[in-house]
Design a binder for this molecule. Structure first.
Ligand SMILES: O=C(O)c1cc(C(=O)O)c2c(n1)C(=O)C(=O)c1cc(C(=O)O)[nH]c1-2
Ligand SMILES: [Ca+2]
Length: 578
């Protein structure tokens, strides 16, 4: 573990899918900076040979770069010192029947490294450990069962002598969990579920929510009957870790089904930020952002850890941009809620979070009747809810720069009509229970913004419009530049302080990957996967002529096919030799 922490502090490498344990996606490299980034050129490219959505980004360890793909989840090891020659490749055999069980395209968010191995969570939920030198399988573990609706899309995270990994299936009625496997053997060490009895949740009488013990079997009391057994709360987002506090952080997703009438109650602990001890799995604190979700606002988005001063006091913070459109800042030591503000002014399902510690509804969002799909009831179409189910932010991770103390957030600017309907549960079949259509906010035509956010005050500092959702991950650097990609396929560099666009280049396909940087042979490079897909690009990614296909109609994205086509490419940029 110390080895990994040390490695992640070397800015030449990129050893974790998130850049570092704090999930900042910030690099100390500054050879490429605000003055010269406009001169960036393509240094080399690599075709992955795979169609559909390319999320995540490569790992770089010394001279070796590890590139992953969506289903069938190939992994390539490239030698950067030998003209990027392929050293080994891994091509798992997976049953293609897993594809229709994946809610939101056949995506995969990347690899982790530790103990001389590369870890991959395959679509079929096999967690595989590959020898980093040879690509040989060292061990594999079955993390779930696609015939029950469980699939793998998230990146594992190595923490000390364990590999942590979540599970997808919130649209299929799974009982989701976070699981830790022994790094040497692949044996399960602990598993903490998102809902159920305390012994399955790994909560104890010391586990708190907003400073108070959560009480015995707090989850069961918030579900009708056995509904919790198919209650969702999937854990498909990123994982962060504070080595000093010895706590891991991640979020749980939407309760199943999307029809809120079928699951009265708060549906704890779906839509929740979890802080767990990585050794035992026991939860120290939880915070539920969207009790009794009525809009599919999965709570899985990344938790970014930063140390900043609030009111002159140094604080250990956790900042999270939720699907529900609120940017939260908490004290990560104990889960105290410090800030909860809209990071898109269009958010209209809530008037905000009750911040009065003495109020009985402390910490809860106030739901506005006009946006309540539960109040409207089954088979009633509630129109004009913002954000759409895609959220103000979905899988696309934000970045944080300690230089500017700002968060850089790729966002969606999309609203929806939502109509819940009664659905019955069948194992392995969609358990969705709502139809929706999504479109830009009234009177506007752009569906994305790339924003800078002050997490101490909960304010937007600057905001750049984008035609489509910004579905790629951001990168911030010590060069005063922030990078992100667009669905049309542009890699963009903007000034970290002002948002001014400094560079753009059109890559071969739409970008939903996460921008990465590294140094090799004394030169800084910027790398990004293009390959359009994911939920925002799913119609296009599936090669469908009807862009409203998929789980929810993603209406406004039809025009995307005028800009980009399918296919995975890694594009690597550098400055010209002078
Ligand atoms: O509840 C779940 O299990 C689950 C899983 C996933 C996934 O694994 O990709 C997504 C979602 N939900 C989801 O709601 C969503 O909007 C979404 C977008 C994407 C994507 O990669 O573009 N995945 C997912
Ligand atoms: Ca979901």
């Amino acid at each position: 573990n110390d080895e990994l922490i040390k490695m992640s502090q070397n800015p030449k490498d990129w050893v974790m899918p998130t850049g570092d344990y704090a999930n900042t996606r910030y690099s100390k490299l500054n050879q490429i900076n605000a003055q010269n980034v406009g001169k960036l050129q393509v240094a080399w490219t690599f075709s992955t040979g795979v169609l559909r959505g390319h999320e995540g980004g490569p790992l770089i360890i010394g001279n070796i770069m590890y590139v992953h793909t969506p289903f069938p989840n190939k992994v390539y090891a490239l030698d950067l010192s030998q003209e990027n020659k392929i050293v080994w490749r891994y091509e798992p055999k997976q049953d293609p029947n897993v594809i229709p069980v994946m809610c939101c395209d056949t995506v995969n968010r990347g690899l982790s490294y530790g103990d001389g191995k590369i870890f991959l969570h395959q679509a079929d939920t096999t967690l595989v450990a590959l020898d980093a030198k040879t690509g040989q399988v060292a061990w594999s573990a079955k993390n779930g069962d696609p015939s029950k609706g469980e699939t793998g899309t998230s990146a594992p995270m190595v923490i000390k002598d364990k590999v942590l990994v979540g599970i997808s299936g919130g649209e299929f009625g799974v009982q989701a969990h976070m699981t830790a496997y022994d790094i040497k053997t692949g044996k399960e060490v602990w598993r903490g579920y998102s809902e159920g009895p305390d012994n399955q949740l790994l909560v104890d009488d010391k586990t708190t929510a907003l400073g108070k013990p959560i009480g015995k079997d707090s989850s069961l009391k918030t579900w009708q009957g056995d509904q919790w057994k198919i209650g969702g709360g999937a854990t498909w987002g990123w994982i962060s870790y504070d080595p000093e506090l010895n706590l891991v952080y991640y979020g749980s997703g939407n309760p199943s089904t999307w029809n809120p009438k079928q699951r009265p109650g708060d549906n704890k602990w779906s839509m929740t930020i979890w802080a767990r001890n990585p050794d035992t799995g026991v939860a120290k604190w939880v915070y539920q952002m969207t009790p009794h979700d009525e809009w599919d606002y999965d709570g899985v988005n990344e938790m970014i850890l930063s140390d900043q001063q609030i009111n002159g006091q140094p604080r250990k913070l956790l900042t999270h941009f939720d699907r529900n459109g609120l940017g939260y800042t908490l004290d990560r030591t104990n889960g105290e809620l410090l800030v909860a503000e809209k990071y898109d002014p269009k958010v209209n399902w809530t008037s905000g979070v009750d911040m009065d510690k003495n109020s009985p509804t402390y910490g809860r969002p106030k739901v506005l009747d006009a946006a309540s799909t539960d109040k409207a009831g089954e088979d009633h179409n509630v129109k004009g809810i913002c954000p759409a189910a895609l959220g103000t932010k979905d899988e696309q991770p934000a970045a944080y720069s300690p230089d500017t103390q700002l968060f850089y957030v790729p966002t969606n600017h999309v609203c929806m009509d939502y109509e819940p309907f009664k659905v019955s549960y069948t194992a392995g079949q969609p358990y969705v229970g709502a139809t929706l259509s999504m479109y830009p906010p009234q009177g506007e035509s752009h569906m994305g913004n790339f924003i800078a956010w002050d997490g101490k005050t909960g304010k937007i500092v600057w905001s750049n419009k984008e035609q489509f959702s910004v579905w790629s991950g951001a990168l911030a650097t010590a060069g005063g530049v922030v990078f992100y990609g667009t669905l049309e396929g542009y890699l963009k560099a903007v000034d970290a302080k002002t948002g001014k666009e400094l560079y753009k280049f059109k890559t071969p396909s739409g970008i939903i990957g996460n921008v990465t940087t590294y140094e090799n042979g004394g030169k800084q490079y910027v790398a990004v996967l293009s390959g359009v897909g994911g939920w925002a690009g799913i119609g296009l990614a599936a090669g469908l002529t009807d862009p409203t296909a998929g789980l929810g109609a993603v209406g406004g994205y039809a025009a995307l096919s005028n800009y980009t086509a399918l296919g995975g490419t890694l594009t690597v940029f550098s400055l010209p030799a002078n």
